[in-house]
Design a protein around this ligand. Sequence first.
Ligand SMILES: [Fe+2]
Length: 168
Amino acid sequence: MGTDVGLLLARDHEELERSLVMLIEPWRSDADKRSALDDLCVGFVAHAEGQSAVLWEALAQSPAAAVRRAVIQVFAAHEAQESVLTELRSVAPSTARWHDLVQQLRDLLRVHSEQEDQSVLGALRAHIEPARYQRLAGAYATERLRALGMLHPMSVIDRSARRPAARP
Ligand SMILES: [Fe+2]
């Protein structure tokens, strides 16, 4: 049996959380924090693009209301995270606002990860044929890698630089 897409998503969320912690480590210089934010932006967008591919594939496989709800939930969560990330790019590192935004992003990411574990993956597993579900991990990894190869950190705030994301 191949890797479960849930494992890949969880791994990415953990990596994003580690990058977020780096943004508020007091011993890091502001330049280090800016650079860590660039890495975080690339990781975040690659993750979101990969997850979009999975969700569109899931919708193509199942019209179930639970799958549609899961897709909407994930897109909404990523959009909320992206908007905080975008504001973070305009704030000076180490300021109170910077810390607030990082904490806000950590909270959003934690809730998103919990929702994914508790409802999103459950909906996909329940409504998608097992062999097709297994293939979602490959779709995720491929799209994530494609995005990583194309992304520049600044593109996180320039949607025109990314493939247009359709909405459910
Ligand atoms: Fe996610």
